[in-house]
Ligand binder design. Structure first.
Ligand code: PAF
Length: 256
């Protein structure tokens, strides 16, 4: 795996790979089996695999977990090596958002409600960084997890609206044996909190918002809602201690 930290180095490194197809997996690092499943698909479907690893400050609100978001670069590099990642782009915040930066992508309707309401400005940060990554890497395909269903819907819409020539691939949520959806934020949970967090996948598995709300009554629930993304999902956000978790299940249409 070739590690690039600057845009100039990324662009030069990608030049010889442009003869074949490129798959991009945008990440914030702290790799888990969910990321590895995206790497695996991208590896199979493209000639070259590019992974970005960037904890994007612009998608975190004031008082959110930007500072404490898990960072494990050494381990991530090993996993990237094993997954046969060709190019890893791990820039600094100033490289991506240099002083004077002031251009943003706003996906209006899909960026509202659920996560958009709970985390104002979140999808503006996500859409902007993803558009920048698409412009820099110019991938044939980009890979996202169904766990962030609204994020996937926002990115799909942005790509369609702005004619970005990339195919968006959304792959199923990967769960631990106990049903908890894999997330880098699970690392914040104590064993007791993790036990309580299992109410989330159990509630969503009912695929019924009323029953799910009832099963979640002992947790601090932010929302439990059916969302008309493509496909429709039953989505929820809860707080367990100081950790905010989101999850969803697909209700209809094609899986994920
Ligand atoms: O899902 C994530 O890890 C992030 O939101 C993404 C897509 C890498 C953008 O920073």
């Amino acid at each position: 795996v070739k590690i690039t930290r600057t845009i100039a180095d990324l662009v030069t490194t990608l030049e010889p790979l442009r003869g074949g197809s490129i798959g991009l997996v945008p990440t914030m690092g702290a790799f888990h089996a969910g990321h590895l499943s995206l790497f695996d698909a991208a590896r199979k479907e493209n000639d070259a695999l590019v992974v970005s690893m960037f904890v994007n400050p612009t998608q975190f609100g004031a008082g959110e977990d930007f500072e404490r978001y898990p960072r494990s670069e050494e381990r991530d590099l090993e996993l990237a090596e094993q997954a046969e990642v060709d190019v890893l782009f791990a820039p600094t915040a100033d490289e991506v958002f240099p002083p004077g930066f002031q251009s943003w992508v706003e996906v209006e309707n899909l960026g509202r409600g659920l996560e958009g309401d709970a985390r104002p400005g979140h999808f503006r940060g996500v859409a902007t960084v993803c558009l920048k990554l698409f412009n820099l890497v110019r991938p044939d395909r980009a890979y996202f997890g169904q766990k962030d269903a609204q994020q996937a819907a926002v990115i799909r819409r942005m790509v369609r609206d702005l004619d970005v020539p990339v195919e968006i691939r959304v792959l199923p949520t990967i769960r631990d044996e106990d049903g908890l959806a894999l997330s880098s934020r699970n690392a914040y949970l104590s064993p007791e909190e993790r036990e309580r967090a299992l109410a989330l996948p159990r509630a969503l598995a009912t695929r019924d918002p009323e029953r799910a709300r009832d099963l979640l009554r002992d947790l601090d629930v932010e929302y439990v809602e059916v969302a008309d993304f493509d496909p429709s999902v039953l989505a929820a956000a809860v707080r367990v201690g100081s950790t905010r978790l989101i999850d969803n299940v697909v209700l209809e249409g094609e899986s994920p």
